[in-house]
Ligand binder design. Structure first.
Ligand SMILES: *Cc1c(COP(=O)(O)O)cnc(C)c1O
Length: 399
């Protein structure tokens, strides 16, 4: 069986976790501070704040830029549901817009059309690691005075060209960027998140919010020769990352260059192996360098993605459906969808993710290509089929 992914974890992570357990300080403390500093240095950010996962990172990002009840947040529907959940948890309304015709990222023109006097933020997603078109999104947002939150859950190690120089996603280029350390992402600590920004006041507020609104963090209190009594100026949350996770994250960060280099060469090889197969391979714009968190191919119109996936599973190759559409889920059945979402729905129906993970051999990739080719041939029909997920299998197919 060829799995969809396999996290890169080894001796360095085991040693790091053991070191923290032996130290006697296991939740947010010195390791979190060190992880934040190393992460900020890596992406070129002024500030990095670690939190429990990317969903709460997005929620806190929305809060500090001022999103609250009654506000609208523009975001793609063609993304993971956590994006809209974060908006709803702020009491705000998600306004879904379409993706670009050939790709999986938000269409900048659709953003311009959806902005109203109630728009309080734009959440753009670097979907499955492919940078979205910030060079076109940011001028639209700045002209309207709307902050941009980058969902970089999958995008650590991806780059964009800015005025002739390659820069890391997360600098951030918008106002705030949010990352995930779930095992399906590039780096993992089990579950974890990181928020980067250039704004020191927002960073300060993020740190208050993630730890109960506490004025003085326990690291400072413990290091003080005199007793410090903290105060609670605002209503906060407990969204802390633990020191055990942060230590694992530091070990993971040391592997980032190798992981991205490996993923990039695997993606390049897929492109060659799939050349004569009836699928559309993803395109990387000249100004972007993807980390290829997922390799998403578009199937021909006369097969059902579900049937191709089922056939490949029988043949020993795990796949996943492509990116979901939030507006098609029951949880968002009541969300107004005034904007066209045609290319989103089409991408959801036509695309599947192929296995891609560091240390995947050329032989495995060849087998994936052959299996995909055979599955398409075997399931081809005379009429195009919609993407239908039978309810009984929905859980097994989930993200
Ligand atoms: C994974 C993912 C999230 C959620 O990240 P968690 O760390 O699991 O909360 C949010 N947005 C996108 C685009 C993702 O891929």
């Amino acid at each position: 069986m060829i799995p969809i992914t396999r996290p890169v974890l080894g001796g360095a992570e085991t040693i790091a976790a053991t070191r923290v357990i032996r130290s006697g300080w296991i939740t947010q403390g010195p390791e979190v501070a060190a992880f934040e500093a190393e992460f900020a240095a890596r992406v070129g950010a002024a500030h990095a704040c670690a939190v429990a996962n990317c969903t709460v990172a997005l929620q806190l990002a929305l809060i500090v830029v001022g999103v609250g009840p009654g506000d609208e947040v523009i975001l793609p529907s063609h993304t993971y549901i956590a994006c809209a959940n974060a908006v709803r948890h702020c009491g705000a309304t998600p306004v879904f817009v379409d993706v670009e015709p050939g790709g999986f990222n938000i269409d900048p023109e659709a953003i311009a059309e959806a902005i109203t006097s109630r728009t309080r933020a734009i959440m753009c997603v670097h979907q499955i690691g492919m940078p979205c078109d910030l060079a076109r999104i940011l001028p639209i947002a700045r002209a309207m005075g709307v902050p941009v939150i980058e969902d970089a859950a999958c995008a650590i190690g991806s780059r964009i060209e800015v005025q002739g120089r390659w820069e890391e996603i997360g600098k951030p280029h918008g106002d705030i960027a949010c990352f995930s350390f779930h095992p399906r992402k590039i780096l993992t600590v089990g579950d974890g998140g990181m928020i980067t920004t250039s704004n020191p006041e927002w960073d300060h507020r993020l740190r208050l919010l993630r730890q109960h609104g506490m004025s003085v963090p326990d690291t400072v209190r413990h290091a003080s020769p005199r007793p410090i009594v903290e105060s609670y100026p605002i209503v906060g949350y407990n969204y802390r990352l633990t020191d055990i996770q942060a230590a694992i994250g530091r070990a993971q960060l040391n592997r980032l260059d190798d992981i991205v280099a490996s993923r990039r060469s695997l993606a390049a090889r897929y492109r060659v192996l799939l050349r004569d197969i009836a699928v559309e391979c993803p395109e990387e714009p000249a100004w972007a360098r993807s980390n290829w968190q997922s390799y998403c191919v578009r199937l021909p119109r006369d097969v059902s993605a579900y049937e191709v996936m089922a056939q490949m599973l029988v043949d020993g190759v795990a796949t996943r459906r492509g990116v979901m559409c939030i507006h098609q889920e029951a949880a968002y059945a009541d969300a107004p969808t005034p904007h066209r979402l045609f290319f989103s729905e089409r991408a959801r129906e036509e695309c599947i993710l192929l296995p891609l993970f560091p240390r995947m051999s050329e032989r495995m990739q060849r087998r994936v290509a052959l299996t995909l080719d055979a599955a398409i041939a075997k399931t081809r029909r005379s009429i195009a089929m919609p993407f239908v997920v039978p309810p009984a299998t929905q859980r097994g197919l989930a993200f």
